[in-house]
Design a protein around this ligand. Structure first.
Ligand code: CP
Ligand code: NVA
Length: 307
């Protein structure tokens, strides 16, 4: 069966654990090498990755492209608007055609449904580079960062503060798989939608919804923020107003555990969802988190290609 990486909800806990272990191993093995140098075993030699973007990206684009180089493969980047896809060619036909040219496809899509259609019609693995629904590659890098800091995921209490967006969904989907406790703190109307929390709880996830950010952050090991306005959101002024009490600032961080860590997938907006004193302060590990996109995604690529 083709191994797609679309949602943590579809993955087994064992496969996710293997991916994180491989990411740690590879990161250590290439310590101090120049960034363009190949890993010693070049496991993806001869393999090509297609990277399709319907939305902007810095980290996802660079980490996948550099990751393929380090694994010994190559990659082709295109914005979806530059493809015939942008002129109405179907995602189904795009999937069939690209499957004849490349070994694996990464898509950043506006609509999660387009990603699912791509995977259903591709004969090669498809990786989710973010959709309106979720961002599973990001969470793998985030969890890798926490482990690198010596934290045991099973003993952690994480607080998500702000908009219950695509990144929050992947934290929900990962909770049962990795065993961390998750507190979600959002204003009314910004919480995770649908049955996803119930579904995760049915699988054993420990998830609490606590609207008050101060109560949500009390004693937690990790505080997580993300932008109040995700790509594709148009109600900017409304969001700024509704989310203003969910800013992660020093007062909020001081309620968390003394050695609490701060995560943010970036890009960040200092003075909005997080203050400069927090994101540039002693609790923050956001640049390790950004770097770990590279290492986590290399392990995801290898899992997808059964290498
Ligand atoms: N965190 C993240 O996905 O960043 P980019 O949008 O820059 O890829
Ligand atoms: N929630 C953000 C994440 C960006 C990496 C967005 O979708 O824009």
């Amino acid at each position: 069966m083709t191994r797609h990486f679309l949602s943590l909800a579809d993955m087994s806990a064992g496969a996710l654990r293997e991916i994180l272990d491989e990411a740690h191993r590879r990161k250590k093995a290439r310590f101090a090498l120049p960034k363009g140098a190949k890993d010693a075993d070049t496991p993806l030699s001869g393999h090509v990755l297609a990277m399709l973007f319907e939305k902007s990206s810095t980290r996802t684009r660079f980490s996948f492209e550099v990751g393929m180089t380090q694994l010994g493969g190559t990659s082709i980047f295109t914005s979806a608007g530059d493809m015939q896809l942008g002129r109405g060619e179907t995602i189904e036909d795009t999937a069939r055609v690209l499957s004849r040219f490349v070994d694996v496809i990464m898509l950043r899509a506006n609509d999660h449904g387009a990603l699912v259609s791509l995977a259903q019609n591709a004969s090669v693995p498809v990786i989710n580079g973010l959709t309106d629904y979720n961002h599973p590659c990001q969470i793998m890098a985030d969890l890798m960062t926490l482990e690198e800091q010596g934290r045991d995921l099973k003993n952690l209490r994480l607080a998500w503060v702000g908009d219950g967006n695509n990144v929050a969904v992947s934290f929900i989907n990962g909770a049962a798989k990795f065993g961390y406790q998750l507190v979600i703190s959002t204003p009314t109307g910004y919480g995770p939608v649908g049955q996803m929390v119930e579904r995760a709880r049915a699988e054993g996830a420990q998830i609490e919804l606590i609207a008050d950010p101060k109560k949500a952050c009390a004693g937690v090991d990790v505080v997580i923020a993300d932008t109040w306005v995700s790509m594709g959101d148009t109600d900017i002024d409304q969001r700024m107003g509704d989310l203003s009490d969910w800013q992660v600032n020093e007062d909020l961080m001081n309620l968390a555990a003394k050695d609490a860590l701060f995560l943010h997938c970036l890009p960040a907006h200092r003075g909005e969802e997080v203050t400069a004193s927090v994101i540039d302060g002693p609790h923050s590990v956001v640049f390790d988190e950004a770097e770990n996109r590279l290492h986590a995604q290399k392990a995801i690529l290898l899992w997808c290609l059964s290498k």
